[in-house]
Design a protein around this ligand. Sequence first.
Ligand code: 5GP
Ligand code: MN
Length: 344
Amino acid sequence: MIKAQISELKTLLSSPKNIVIVPHRNPDGDAMGSTLGLYHYLKLYNHNATVIAPNDYPDFLKWLPGDDTVLKFETQQDACMPLIAKADLIFTLDFNAFHRAGHQMAVALETASATKVMIDHHQQPDDYAKYMYSDVLMSSTCEMVYNFIDMLGDTQKIDATMATCLYVGIMTDTGSFRFPATTTKTHQIIGSLIEKGANHSEIHNNIYDSNSYSRLQLLGRAMQNLKVIPELRTAYTTLSQAELDEYNFKKGDTEGFVNYGLSLNGIIFAAIFIENKNENIIKISLRSKGTFSVNEFSRAHFHGGGHTNAAGGRSETDLESTINKFISILPQYKNELSQTQNGL
Ligand code: 5GP
Ligand code: MN
């Protein structure tokens, strides 16, 4: 974001405004951490700010400060529509195309007269925002919100509440600081957030050590279903609706399961296919190591996208034919998948 845009925004934000802050559908730690982090910042300036999530999110994010103020578009449309309609500014965080907010909310965002601000680190941004801070090299949108507040000259205003929210998204989107997008700057920001009062140990505990017994059993089932194609350095697994039901599936329970495939020695491409009978789709999560782009793979074959090493997608056929399609496509990528690079 260029200096002129920052100073325009600073002027805009110098008097109280009606502001709506939106994360993507099925919000994750970065989406909720960044929207709530920004929410607490805007509240310091007495803005009338509201976070509107397109739909609900996992319980392991429900302890975040400000969670009780979040509206959910899917179930609270009557409360959300007037806020979107009368907003002066709409911040879209951790996504860069309206459809990522879900169909109905996308229509509401498109028709809103508000000035749009995008803060996001996904590939191929759409062109709807007057103020656009898009950087695909960033570890997380939370790191960008920190930078945004810094560019506005307000780093010293970041308190323990904001620091906690921002820490969550940096931690979850970097896989606890191990993915390649984690830089010295990321660690410096993390240091600064801890100084401002983020309790790293408590946050880690709240996010990662809040498993239910049934979730661990569901993980066990996903691991039993794991298949490996060594010659293509690929591992994939599945969970059917019946398996999800058997283990009392709750939103967020399958988060992170796909990463286990990548922990296998020699594997650089991992996928999980999760049946959703309610929406009549197969939800797909893709992860890779190195230069193999799951963003491109998902865009080309599974109506999705994301980052080079982490992307989502979906299929509208059944689980078995989705897997068959996946297996039949893979050999096209044999060269990319079998290349060794940078120790991989
Ligand atoms: P997940 O597998 O956890 O759902 O998604 C991995 C990453 O890809 C996240 O950063 C998520 O925001 C992004 N993502 C997931 N689904 C889609 C999609 O359909 N389109 C795009 N552009 N990004 C997605
Ligand atoms: Mn993110």
